[in-house]
Design a protein around this ligand. Structure first.
Ligand code: AMP
Ligand code: GLY
Length: 433
């Protein structure tokens, strides 16, 4: 593989900005496109105004630009069959096309929580006790809720834009919510509801890149901060910051994750004839010293990727190619020993109503930090405007979590938009470990 590769990365968030930043440094990179990208990704490649779920348009870009490798950033196109569609179109034209991201069968690990739970059951992968309920089995759902202790966890089976998980303190409210969900609170996504035992512990995200044949590399682990408020208070968001690596993911914990979660998951996929080539994101909770799977995702995490990518020293592009070819030769990645902390700046009001189109000013290329754009766009005059709730992430390296976080806060102090907000306690909870 000495030739350069033309690459198309799908997505537009901070995750894709971080992946684009990393891939753009590869000596193997030929032409690089991001669809649709954001104001920041245009510094790493060429943005294409294409929706990742518009498979005809994605394939037209593949053909027009001679793309060798497509990397799926987010889950939605994968769950909808991106891989199958692109492969069929490429085969019809005798085009060799590599794709990072599973087919729809593998993407069901994220697209259906019921499937994921059954899968974990079949392969003895540690997870919370659970029951899947439909409109016809509400009484069993009630009985299962009664067997659990508060709080109660209710999850819509299907994709619900990250909003389909409810954690409820009161049994009667949980029963009422179960009925609302089954009646269509999240549309078809909650026609089935998974009821789960609540697990107490510290969450941690582990990312695996696999080639569908049981070979894999583990990326640096990270922890994200989902609540909008300091001290983990307030509403859930897409993520307010991340720390890589979190001290809770020590060697012994990662050894258990490898043995009980990663290997069993990959063996299970092979047993079920699911040719999974791409990232698997293990959303874990550490209860005591033991890992449990909260959820699978079929992509990298956001905002974890913003702190994970900067710590990968190895060239990632050949590793992606090997995974997509089904011939992974790397078994590990060289990593930077420092800690990286990403702090997300969001638009005032997020995750509830917030404004868009606010001009972003200040130092967007600070000396001590990286700035990854998320919800940003360029206007006709070349100004950078906010274009989403999560606007940009400042990421810094440090010898400690506090050191890295302080640098990220300093970077954000030099950036401004109306109503800009960020948490100032990213990683604080980890200092006691
Ligand atoms: P998800 O949208 O699936 O990532 O779930 C949202 C959040 O709900 C997770 O990040 C956890 O904080 C929490 N959660 C989900 N399932 C459980 C569980 N069984 N026990 C405790 N917390 C959970
Ligand atoms: N940070 C959690 C996610 O990407 O789903």
């Amino acid at each position: 593989m000495n030739d350069r590769l033309n690459v198309l990365l799908l997505g537009s968030g901070g995750r894709e900005a971080a992946i684009a930043w990393k891939l753009s440094q590869s000596p193997l990179m030929g032409k690089f496109f991001i669809a649709p990208g954001n104001a920041g990704t245009s510094a790493y490649g060429t943005n294409l105004d294409i929706r990742p779920t518009d498979f005809d348009a994605v394939y037209a870009a593949v053909a027009e630009h001679g793309i060798d490798l497509v990397v799926a950033g987010n889950e939605d196109p994968l769950v909808k069959g991106l891989r199958e569609q692109l492969e069929a179109k490429a085969a019809a034209e005798n085009r060799r096309l590599l794709i990072v991201g599973p087919g729809a069968a593998g993407a069901a690990l994220e697209g259906s929580k019921d499937f994921a739970k059954q899968f974990m059951g079949r392969y003895d992968i540690p997870t919370a006790r659970h029951l899947t309920v439909t409109a016809g089995t509400v009484a069993e759902g009630d009985a299962f809720l009664e067997s659990l202790k508060a709080p109660y966890v209710l999850k819509a089976d299907g994709l619900a834009a990250g909003k389909g998980v409810l954690i409820i303190d009161n049994l009667d409210e949980a029963k009422a919510s179960l009925r609302e969900m089954l009646a269509g609170q999240f549309g078809a996504a909650s026609a089935k509801v998974v009821i789960e035992e609540f697990l107490t512990g510290i969450e941690c995200s582990v990312f695996v890149l696999t080639d569908g044949k049981g070979r894999y590399v583990v990326l640096p682990p990270a922890k994200d901060y989902k609540r909008v408020g300091e001290g983990d208070t307030g509403l859930n968001t897409g993520g307010m910051g991340s720390v890589c690596p979190p001290p809770i993911a020590d060697d012994e914990f990662m050894r258990k994750v490898d043995e009980r979660v990663i290997r069993r998951t990959l063996d299970g996929l092979i047993s079920e004839n699911i040719d999974y080539r791409g990232f698997i994101f293990l959303g874990l909770i550490r209860c005591g010293d033991e890992p449990y799977v909260i959820e699978y995702n079929v992509r990298m995490g956001d905002p974890e990727t913003e702190s994970v990518m900067p710590r990968i020293v190895s060239d990632l592009l050949p590793v992606l190619v090997e995974a997509a070819e089904g011939e992974l030769r790397h078994d590990s990645l060289e990593t930077d020993p420092r800690t990286a902390v990403a702090v997300m700046a969001v638009s005032g009001g997020y995750p509830e109503a917030y404004r868009k189109g606010l001009e972003i000013t200040g130092e967007l290329a600070p000396a001590e930090s990286l700035v990854f754009h998320a919800g940003t766009r360029l206007d006709a005059e070349g100004r950078i405007l906010t274009d989403g709730g999560r606007v940009l992430a400042a990421v810094s390296y440090g010898d400690s979590i506090s050191d890295a976080a302080e640098k990220s806060y300093r970077a954000l102090a030099g950036i401004n938009f109306d109503g800009m907000y960020f948490r100032r306690d990213i990683g604080q909870d980890l200092l006691k470990f």
